[in-house]
Structures are given as structure tokens and as C-alpha cells.
Design a protein around this ligand. Structure first.
Ligand code: HEC
Length: 126
């Protein structure tokens, strides 16, 4: 009896353990709602000038960030680094020929502010 059930039970147990392990790491990171709200405010104050209030980009100013492959495929740390340095038109990754200034031209933005903006961008990415 027990010897017949054990493999099934073990299979379920391993499956549950695998699910639990994925929940913490491999999936989308989750962000604190307050952080996302702060990021939205900071985005609207600085980044919206070129990327638009809805982050969908403004013609000849900034790209659509809601469908950005770059946002999608880079880590939070890499995005923080990119936003801090900007991306001049001379940069090899520049696709528009338009400068993205360091910190979007707002030196008052702290790393925490930019990290909150990144959390906001994650929350609206399609
Ligand atoms: C003065 C205009 C301007 C402002 C302000 C600005 N950006 Fe940009 N941003 C750009 C331009 C132009 C690009 C596209 C550069 C290129 O052609 O690769 C860009 C690109 C980006 C990218 C890369 C997108 C991609 O798909 O390659 C990210 C991420 C980004 N901006 C985030 C921000 C954030 C966050 C802020 C606010 C802190 C901000 N930007 C403020 C002009 C701006």
C-alpha cells in the first residue's frame, strides 16, 4: 500500500518544492506599491518631458518605454546605470540619434529615486 503511494506523493512534494523555489526567484520581481507610486511621481516630474506622461514616448524626444526591449531584457542594476549615464547620440546603442541626458537632465535624482522609477516602469511594461 505505502510502497504504491509513495512515488506519487514524492512527485507532488517535489513539484510543490519546485513551485515554491520559482516563486521567489525566477519569476517577475515584485515591488512595493509605495515604491511604484513614488517612481510614478518622479517619472512624471523628469522623464515625462521626453518619454511622455504615459511613458509611450514623444516624437523626436524619447522612446516608448512600455514596450522597450531594453527595459524588458536588462536588470534593475543595468537600467539604473544606464539612466545615470544617459545615452548620447554618439553611443553605440543609440537608435534615434537623439541624446538621452544623464538622469534625464535632473541631477537631483538619487539612486533610490531612479530605482523607484524603474519599479514604476516594470509595473507599466506591456
Ligand atoms: C531630454 C529627453 C529625455 C529625458 C528627460 C529622458 N530621456 Fe530617456 N531617452 C531619451 C532618448 C532620446 C532615448 C533614446 C536613445 C536612443 O536612441 O537609444 C532615451 C532612452 C531611454 C531608455 C532606453 C530605452 C530603449 O529602449 O533603448 C530608458 C530606459 C530611458 N530613456 C529612461 C529614462 C528615464 C528613467 C528618464 C527619467 C529619469 C528619462 N529616460 C528621461 C530622452 C530622454
Amino acid at each position: 500500500m505505502i510502497s504504491k503511494r509513495t512515488p506519487i506523493f514524492l512527485t507532488f512534494l517535489l513539484f510543490a518544492l519546485a513551485l515554491a523555489a520559482c516563486g521567489g526567484g525566477a519569476g517577475e520581481p515584485s515591488y512595493d506599491p509605495d515604491t511604484v507610486a513614488l517612481g510614478k511621481t518622479k517619472f512624471e516630474q523628469t522623464c515625462s518631458a521626453c518619454h511622455g506622461m504615459d511613458a509611450k514616448g514623444l516624437p523626436n524626444l524619447g522612446k516608448d518605454l512600455t514596450i522597450s526591449e531594453f527595459v524588458q531584457s536588462n536588470s534593475d542594476a543595468d537600467l539604473l546605470a544606464m539612466v545615470k549615464t544617459g545615452r548620447p547620440s554618439s553611443h553605440e546603442l543609440n537608435t534615434t540619434g537623439i541624446d538621452m541626458p544623464p538622469k534625464g537632465g535632473n541631477p537631483a535624482l538619487s539612486d533610490d529615486d531612479i530605482s523607484a522609477i524603474i519599479a514604476y516602469l516594470r509595473s507599466i511594461h506591456e
